[in-house]
Design a protein around this ligand. Structure first.
Ligand code: DQA
Length: 146
């Protein structure tokens, strides 16, 4: 049976391609999703990919993931830096979770240097643009195969 992985894009990521191009690049969310799907195929994983702007919806999605998914790859966007609710949801479901960021959050404003998600994640990949997602997906698959 294929490994099932949930990919969550957090707030404002639907605007990729137009939003702060100098920081995030000019690729769109659709292009990231296409790259994820082709990597997933090679890795033998099945993906569900969602983009959710609201914290409550992200919490709900993580809570429902328990029965269906073996791993989560999440870019929590700005929630990274303060959402105890998302952190608690990840801790509650105990699904191995990889945190990813397009930009290197440690090379940016100080308020981005702290992730409240990182302590409950298996690991974090930050700063490689689209590749952060692909590396995150591969890391999740390898983690599950171990
Ligand atoms: C981001 C980094 C966050 O600080 C920011 O709020 C985002 C995107 C990234 O992918 O680099 O929305 O998660």
């Amino acid at each position: 049976m294929a490994i099932k992985i949930l990919v969550i894009h957090g707030p404002n990521l639907a605007l990729l391609g137009e939003r702060e191009v100098a920081v995030y690049g000019n690729f769109t969310l659709d292009e990231i999703d296409q790259a994820l799907r082709s990597t997933a195929k090679k890795e033998g994983a099945e993906l569900e990919i969602v983009q959710l702007d609201s914290e409550g919806e992200i919490v709900e999605k993580i809570g429902q993931a328990r029965k269906t998914f073996q791993a989560i790859v999440i870019n929590p966007g700005a929630y990274t830096h303060y959402s105890v609710a998302i952190r608690d949801a990840i801790a509650a479901v105990s699904i191995p979770t990889v945190e990813v960021h397009l930009s290197n959050i440690y090379a940016r404003e100080e308020f981005r240097h702290k992730s409240v998600i990182a302590p409950v994640a298996v690991g974090q990949i930050s700063g490689f643009g689209v590749n952060s997602y692909l590396l995150g997906l591969k890391a999740a698959v390898d983690y599950l195969k171990k």
